[in-house]
Every structure is written in structure tokens, then in C-alpha cells.
Design a binder for this molecule. Structure first.
Ligand SMILES: C[S@@+](CC[C@H](N)C(=O)[O-])C[C@H]1O[C@@H](n2cnc3c(N)ncnc32)[C@H](O)[C@@H]1O
Ligand SMILES: [Zn+2]
Length: 304
């Protein structure tokens, strides 16, 4: 019997250090090239690279705990509903773009997102990938996720060219300094003709733009940290988080040879008050605003 919940994962996983094939003994995995050993917990392989930053993992575990905390103020409740709505817009866009028959998907930095289950139930392989393995336990236990892998986005432990769809929502801003390298690795995971779906906070969001233009990133991060501490916010971003911008991401995708790059309009706008939302709604009669100046950008791009 395999130590993995889903032994079919062997078609997809690879050593995060050297890209070699992984083989199993009764309780763990080994790389047949560099002999690195990887733990398996509750049937989930923990494919962390040896040089992974422990502070990053610690911060992400804290953020995962914060995601579970209740949002209390009316503004926070309004914002949480907008987050939820934004996710619905994203997943409907994904569903409109996917084609039968059965395909292979990955959600990179999946967190607690259980939207995979509909796609998994349609007979597709759906890999949930995150740095924080406790979130994967929850997807496995509560939502019957069949394929979960823990690891680091900066050393993706997967074979190249095996996936039809790569999804990543709200993760790039956690690794914005490595943006190009991460988009290269997303491209490499895809088969030719495969599609990348991205959603992430947009530095050019209508209410974010002034900060992006006038505050150098280190100053912005420092002020944001002070603001959240004073307000005792229920969700405090890690100091290394910073939004990327839709134009920059589109330019990188073009340079990497992606085609049919589409930016989709968003109606939801999280992290603002109801009054600011009314202003956004008025401005968003322009399709351009909903696509390029929303809090999030939402992009699909095809690997050729
Ligand atoms: C803001 S949450 C978004 C979660 C999920 N995609 C969603 O939409 O609900 C960011 C996620 O990225 C994960 N993450 C951050 N840095 C990562 C890294 N270096 N490697 C893998 N996952 C990472 C976090 O653990 C977290 O689950
Ligand atoms: Zn190896």
C-alpha cells in the first residue's frame, strides 16, 4: 500500500531540489537522483526544499490562523463578503474556460479554498498545493481532497509539462520579489495549450494607486504594519507582502510566450468601506476600470 493518499500523484510530483523522480518506502519519499528524503503526513507529501525560509513558513502559518478568525466590525464584514464575491467571480471565469474530458489542475497556494471539489467531482485530477500543510489536512478531512502536496512556490516540486490548468489566487503578492521566476515556473508546469488563471491584489487598484505611486515599497510596508498594529486588525499582512500590478504581469506573460492573454472585469472590491464601494460602482461603468483598476486583477493566459 502507498504512503500517499493518492498514488497517482507520482505522475506529477518531483524532487524540489533537483527535479528528480520520487520513490517511496513505507512512510516517506526519496529522490532517486539526489537522495533527498521527504516526510509524508496523513498521506500528504511535504516536499519542502532544503533552503526554505523558516520565517516565511512561520508567517504563513500565522496568516492561516488569522484567516480563521472572525471579522467583527461592519467594515470587515462588508470586506469579507466582497472577498467571497471576488472568489465567486474568479471561479465562474475558470469554469467558463475549462473543457472536458478529464484534465489535470493545480491550485498553487490553495489555502482553505474548497472550490476544487466541484472540478474534482467531475472526474478531473485536482492538486491542492500550499506551504501550510495544516490547511491541506483540512481540505482532505472536510472536503475530501484527493490530491494534496505541501511545498514552496519558489521551488515547485512538480514535473514539467504535465498540467492542463494552473490556478493561483492571492499568492503572487506573498512572493512579489520573485514574480518573473514564479511565472516562468507556472508556465513550465503547463502542457502546450494549457491555461494559467491568476487573481491577485493589483497595485493599480483605484484606491491603491496613490500608495503605489508615491510610497516606496519599504516605506509602504512599514506604514502598513504600523497601521494594522494600531488598529489591532483581525488580518495583518506579513511584512514581505506587496501587490503586483496588472500591466507588469501581462507584460511578463507576453515575454514568456503566453498567448490569448485576457484580463477580466471584477465587480467585487474588497478592503474598502461601503461608501468607497459606491464610488467604485459609479466609476466601474467603464469596463476598463473593472478590468485594470479593481482591487484584484483576474487574468487567463494560454501556453503555446
Ligand atoms: C492570501 S492566501 C490565499 C489562499 C487561497 N488561494 C484563497 O484564495 O483562499 C495565500 C496563500 O498562499 C500560501 N503561500 C504563501 N507563500 C507561499 C509559498 N512560498 N509557497 C506556497 N504557498 C504559499 C499561503 O499559505 C496561503 O494559503
Ligand atoms: Zn533530488
Amino acid at each position: 500500500m502507498s504512503c500517499l493518499t493518492n498514488p497517482n500523484l507520482f505522475q506529477f510530483v518531483a524532487c524540489p531540489q533537483c527535479g528528480g523522480d520520487l520513490i517511496e518506502d513505507s512512510t516517506s519519499l526519496y529522490c532517486n537522483q539526489c537522495s533527498s528524503k521527504f516526510e509524508v503526513m496523513r498521506g500528504i507529501p511535504l516536499l519542502y526544499p532544503s533552503g526554505m525560509d523558516p520565517v516565511h513558513l512561520y508567517e504563513e502559518e500565522n496568516l492561516a490562523a488569522m484567516m480563521k478568525s472572525d471579522r467583527l466590525t461592519p467594515k470587515e464584514k462588508f470586506s469579507a463578503a466582497q472577498w467571497e464575491f471576488s472568489k465567486q467571480e474568479f471561479w465562474s471565469m475558470v469554469e467558463r474556460n475549462i473543457q472536458p474530458p478529464s484534465k489535470a489542475f493545480i491550485n498553487i497556494g490553495c489555502g482553505y479554498d474548497n472550490n476544487f471539489s466541484k472540478i474534482q467531482n467531475m472526474g478531473n485530477t485536482f492538486i491542492n498545493f500550499d506551504m501550510v500543510y495544516k490547511m491541506l489536512f483540512e481540505l482532505q478531512d472536510k472536503f475530501k481532497a484527493k490530491s494534496c502536496v505541501a511545498g514552496d512556490i519558489t521551488n515547485l516540486p512538480f514535473k514539467k509539462g504535465k498540467l492542463d490548468y494552473v490556478i493561483s489566487i492571492d499568492v503572487l503578492h506573498h512572493e512579489s520579489e520573485k514574480l518573473t521566476a514564479i511565472l516562468v515556473s507556472f508556465r513550465d508546469l503547463l502542457k502546450n495549450g494549457g491555461i494559467l488563471f491568476l487573481e491577485d491584489p493589483n497595485a493599480w487598484g483605484i484606491f491603491q494607486m496613490a500608495k503605489s505611486i508615491f510610497l516606496p515599497i519599504p516605506v509602504y510596508r512599514r506604514l502598513r504594519s504600523i497601521y494594522h498594529r494600531i488598529r489591532k486588525s483581525s488580518h495583518r499582512p506579513a511584512d514581505y507582502e506587496s501587490p503586483t500590478n496588472v500591466w507588469g504581469v501581462v507584460a511578463i506573460l507576453k515575454k514568456l510566450g503566453f498567448e490569448d492573454i485576457k484580463v477580466y472585469p471584477h465587480i467585487a472590491y474588497p478592503c474598502i468601506s461601503k461608501t468607497s464601494y459606491q464610488l467604485y460602482k459609479a466609476l466601474s461603468t467603464f469596463d476598463f476600470i473593472r478590468k485594470f483598476h479593481n482591487y484584484h486583477y483576474m487574468i487567463s493566459a494560454t501556453k503555446c
